[in-house]
Design a protein around this ligand. Sequence first.
Ligand code: GDP
Ligand code: MG
Length: 182
Amino acid sequence: TDSSSNDYDYLFKIVLIGDPGVGKSNILSRIHRNDFNVNYQETDIVEFAQKIFEVQPDGKRVKAQIWDRGGSKKYQSAGFQYYRGAVGVIVVYSITDRASFENATTYWLEELSQFKKSQDDVYRLLVGNKIDLNDKRSVSIDEARQFAENNGLSFIETSALNLNNIDNLFQDVVNGIYNNAK
Ligand code: GDP
Ligand code: MG
């Protein structure tokens, strides 16, 4: 599908949140299968990428607009603007970085609830990234899945490096929002 096309039925704003270094920028860039960026660059600016997805069963076209707030300061507040109008949130941690999981499940979800009054209209997906580094894993699949289940989030593990589950991540969040809205 043509990502620049204006021919779509719905526009979904989706935001990425999570600690610096967990892979948000690389996940975002993978929406277009761009080159993986091996240089760790913290950005201050807000970027977004967009792409058209089809949702089943009715084949409606959804333009997913995915936002990534850079943030050189670790807990720099996103502010209301970042979350405004978002119908989906992708909460990313690295499976190799235990602290990033703890922060995802506390700090980042709390910030989200602070800025989004009604949680019901936000689809939330927990993403454990960097599964290509499984030998350095410090968060088990079971623990993360259990947390997600208990807190009403979806859950997926990905690698932005080898593209494992990246397509599924975007399709899941788009489907999830669509089904939420019905
Ligand atoms: P951000 O701060 O959350 O935006 O994280 P980045 O996308 O900038 O990635 C931080 C670092 O982790 C960079 O050095 C990336 O190359 C690396 N990285 C990101 N995703 C993966 C992944 O899936 N696997 C591996 N091995 N490294 C990754
Ligand atoms: Mg980044």
